[in-house]
Design a protein around this ligand. Structure first.
Ligand code: ADP
Ligand code: MG
Length: 685
């Protein structure tokens, strides 16, 4: 059967409950399920008989169960013991706390067991083997999926076991064939295997080599589709026409700039020009403005909003939080009110009267702005602050549904994405980078501190805080111990242990501990104590965002700094230095690796996020530049951000196809696939 978009519910034994669990992994269709790839394989391909299986080996043994029973040991452990026999002898298998197994595994059954052979009660035993019941009489024809081969292991989730996924995927692979959508000449020239073959091999390879070969195809496919999608998004956007290109009244703009309490940096002037070039065009702008925290993006946005006003249009300015929306509101009102501009604030708790909607020139607010699309008169510019916090659907919604005429869109971010990566992954956007900080900014003095100076650093910090009359404050940040998106108990234990140690170390100071598993009430309490100076040192894991400004926090220690990317470290230290007072950041690491240490030294001399992320890109490759997922970069399954050659190649091929056959008339399957991806990309949920 040739299927692409049928629901997973068509697969036998996938009922509503499993459908729900799959949906949590964004697996809705059979195709989604087949694209849920294993993260590794257990090698159970060493098939031996009961006699030849040796101690310490991971093996598969096929035979008949001649005995199986549940046992309680003397210390009340619950064991299940089975004897599996073949023509060469017997082997014992044992499981712990799985008494339910005797309901499935019965005497007389032919089974395949895979696991490690070890000593148990002085006897050669298969410990907790995976099992599979064999129905086929002729053992040469046996096709196993859980044992006796390379067995796929899927990303762990609480509600879907690898065993269950394996069995459903194996059925789906047999029953439903997918439409190949990559052009056949590309498959040939790039030496890639066909889709259904690749799907089969990535789940159930006979040799690791086959899985690698399949992964090669999927890596190509992933980057190729991403690039192609970018070309289409961009050209679709550019096909929209604005009736009335903006005009720039240079005199008036110059007056606004002259009214600022500072001189614009070169970089600010440059990006303003770039924005102006966009908005005087008949095509709507879609630009990403990148710049460190404090680099002065807001004033750039303000100038764009002013020009929008001069052209008779409204501006909608979206901030990620209520606090930021309020801050922007105050800044922008102060700046632009003297120029006859009316600003209005709209958040969850602050409403705008309906009659004000027509009069307002600049709306500033949170998500709440999204739900008023019918009330705006004529939005001509949408500004989105902190792009990665807003979903694509919201951006699209804003851009398409809010006005009769497509407004210009300016997205701002403080995430330092190196230019080359941004061009790949936000290929549909134009890019402006503010790579200069306003003059006179105090730089956070940063030191890579060897372990033998740790106690000295502690002394210095304690003195510094005591000397200030307990006014100054410090952060101590711990990274996650394991690569994962959220804290594990291990992380919390580590931070807690340190907390207890440091309480003893800093006897004159009050110390607080903040981590992700605290209830929000408890978190709030600790943050308030820190704010109120009842706590001088706040220990926190890196996942905890201290979203509030603590101006007197001027000291930071970052532990295990080598586990962070340079750009991340830079963003962390950005939590201090919000004050005129000199700020200090100490980086600690257990590593003796000179490369690691050299990398950290860059933080002592470089103070621009974008520069640091570019250094990291060169030193470690793109995969390491960012923490997992947190920056809204595309979540690649197979392809790697590090594979520059493949990125370049797929881009060139996608461009060629898009140029030669923009409607993809020659490639209907590719067109369908692209449309599916597009639909997922912007569908509101
Ligand atoms: P961000 O890029 O993080 O949004 P802001 O726009 O909030 O930065 O600017 C941070 C601070 O720097 C503001 O107080 C702003 O007034 C000030 N600022 C902006 N541009 C300059 C400049 N060229 N010179 C001096 N100060 C500036
Ligand atoms: Mg800002």
């Amino acid at each position: 059967m040739l299927e692409t978009l049928s629901s997973v519910s068509k697969i036998p034994l996938v009922g509503p409950s499993y459908q729900k669990r799959l949906a949590k992994l964004e697996i809705l269709t059979i195709s989604d399920l087949l694209y849920h790839f294993p993260t590794r394989y257990n090698d159970f391909s060493n098939v031996l008989n009961t006699f030849s299986a040796k101690m310490g080996e991971t093996v598969t043994v096929i035979g008949t169960i001649t005995n199986i029973k549940n046992i309680y040991t003397k210390n009340r452990k619950r064991l299940t013991e089975a004897i599996v026999s073949d023509q060469y002898g017997n082997l014992r298998a044992i499981w712990f706390n799985q008494h339910f197994l005797t309901r499935t595994l019965k005497k007389g059954m032919t089974v395949s067991f895979s696991g490690k052979i070890d000593l148990f009660n002085y006897q050669k035993t298969l410990i907790s083997p995976e099992y599979e019941i064999i129905k086929e009489k002729n053992q040469d024809l046996v096709h196993t999926i859980h044992t006796g081969r390379l067995v796929p292991v899927y990303p762990e989730t609480a509600s879907l076991s690898s065993k269950w996924l394996r069995s459903r995927i194996s059925i789906a692979l047999k029953t439903y064939k997918q439409k190949e959508f990559l052009p056949s000449d590309i498959l040939k020239t790039e030496n890639l295997i066909e889709l259904n073959e690749a799907l089969g091999k990535i789940h159930f390879p006979d040799r690791l080599e086959e899985a690698k070969n399949a992964a090669k195809r999927f890596a190509f496919e992933e980057l190729f589709m991403l690039q192609l999608l970018n070309f289409y998004k961009k050209s679709e956007w550019q096909s929209k026409v604005r009736q009335q290109p903006f005009q720039i009244d240079n005199n008036k703009v110059a007056k606004l700039i002259a009214s600022l309490p500072f001189k614009l940096t070169q970089a600010q002037q440059r990006v303003i020009k770039e924005i102006f070039t966009d908005i005087i065009s008949t095509k709507p702008m879609n630009r990403l403005l990148e710049g460190d925290v404090g680099s002065g993006k807001t004033v750039v946005a303000c100038i764009a909003a002013y020009v929008t006003f001069l052209n008779g249009y409204q501006t909608i300015f979206m901030a990620p939080t209520e606090i930021l929306a309020q801050q922007h509101y105050l800044t922008i009102t102060k700046l632009l009110e003297p120029f006859g501009i009316m600003t209005s604030l709209l958040t969850g708790s602050k409403k705008i009267k309906n009659e004000s909607f027509k009069k307002t020139n600049i709306f500033i607010g949170t998500h709440a702005l999204l739900y008023k699309k019918n009330l705006y008169k004529n939005p001509g510019l949408i500004i989105i602050d902190e792009q990665h916090r807003f979903g694509v659907e919201q951006r699209t919604f804003l851009a398409e549904k809010i006005a009769a005429e497509v407004p210009h869109v300016l997205t701002m971010t403080a995430t330092p994405i190196p230019r080359s990566l941004a061009l790949t992954f936000y290929g549909d956007l134009e890019l402006s980078i503010i790579d200069e900080m306003p003059k006179g900014r105090k730089k956070i003095k940063t030191f890579f501190t060897p372990q033998e100076k740790r106690q000295k650093a502690y002394n210095w910090i304690e003195d510094e805080i005591v000397k200030s009359g307990y006014k100054k404050q410090a952060f101590i940040v711990y990274p996650l111990i394991e690569e994962s998106e959220s804290e594990t108990m291990k992380d919390i234990r580590a931070a807690t242990t340190e907390y207890e140690k440091l309480q003893k170390r800093f006897q004159k100071l009050k110390i607080g501990l903040l981590h992700g598993r605290l209830k929000s009430k408890e978190k709030e309490e600790i943050i308030n104590k820190f704010k109120g100076k009842q706590i001088q040192i706040l220990i926190s894991t890196s996942v905890v965002e201290v979203g509030i400004d603590i101006p007197d926090a001027t000291i930071m220690i970052i532990e295990h700094a080598d586990r962070f990317g340079l750009a991340q470290l830079h963003q962390l230290r950005g939590r201090i230095g919000r004050n005129d007072i000199e700020s200090y950041c100490f980086l600690f690491s257990d590593s003796n690796n000179p490369q690691v240490i050299n990398r950290l030294f860059y933080l002592e001399k470089e103070y621009l996020g974008i520069k640091l992320s570019e250094i990291d890109l060169n030193l470690r490759g793109p995969g390491e530049v960012f923490g997992l997922k947190q920056h809204g970069l595309p979540n690649l399954k197979v392809a790697s951000l590090t594979d520059y050659e493949l990125i370049k190649k797929t881009k060139a091929i996608a461009l060629k196809i898009w140029k030669q056959d923009p409607k993809l008339d020659q490639y209907p399957n590719l067109r369908d696939k692209l449309n599916n991806i597009k639909a997922k990309d912007i569908s509101p949920n």
